[in-house]
Write a protein that binds this ligand. Structure first.
Ligand code: GLN
Length: 190
């Protein structure tokens, strides 16, 4: 969480930690961090953040899930707990801890054509995407596996862009969040 706060600041954004549904009203976009998707999911339900996030997303708010965040955004999770609470917003199937125990955490360059140069990525007990729906755009691959994708204003990465010095991923997300917030404010004024 704190690493994303720093990364957003370094990328030129104004970070705000979202803990309660009302915090969401202040932001133009939301990043769901890594961690343990089962725990984050339970906390989200406890604080009613799941419904609030779904509502904001329906209004067009950009959402970016990294690692556990990606798992929470997926429609389908392989190797998840049966009662694991999720947002289920993206038409993707994600496998948890997909790189196996031997490769618990590692750093690698991933192919991400939209960013021109490959992205340096830190993977920690990372998932990957096994299936993408027709409306999902693949943004990044590693060894042929989908590790970054988008569906409209929803973004998901299997890795941790906040843990490298490369701020391109956060910069792009902040641009989108700014554009949406401006748009949402204009709509409210009319
Ligand atoms: N393996 C974790 C999970 O399944 C995700 C790990 C991470 O976010 N770095 O929730």
């Amino acid at each position: 969480m704190i690493e994303h706060v720093r990364a957003v600041r370094e990328a030129g954004g104004e970070p705000l930690e979202v803990k309660l549904p009302r915090d969401l009203e202040q932001v133009g976009g939301l990043i769901i961090p890594g961690g343990e998707s089962t725990t984050i999911g339970k906390l989200m339900v406890l604080y009613h953040l799941d419904t609030a996030i779904r509502q904001r997303v329906a209004e067009g708010m950009p959402l970016f899930g990294t690692c556990a965040g990606m798992i929470l955004m997926a429609d389908e999770v392989v190797d998840g707990l049966p009662d694991q609470p999720r947002l289920g917003l993206m038409d993707i199937r994600v496998r948890r801890n997909a790189f196996g125990r031997q490769r618990d955490s590692f750093e690698a360059k991933i192919e991400a054509p939209a960013y021109r140069e490959p992205l340096e990525a830190v993977f920690i007990r990372a998932p990957y995407v096994e299936r993408v729906g027709p409306e999902v755009e693949v943004l990044g691959t590693y060894e042929g596996k989908v590790v970054m994708c988008a569906q409209g204003s929803l973004f998901a990465a299997a890795f941790h862009p906040e843990l490298t010095r490369d701020r391109r991923v956060h910069q792009r997300f902040i641009e989108l969040a700014r554009a949406w917030k401006r748009h949402a404010l204009l709509d409210r004024c009319q």
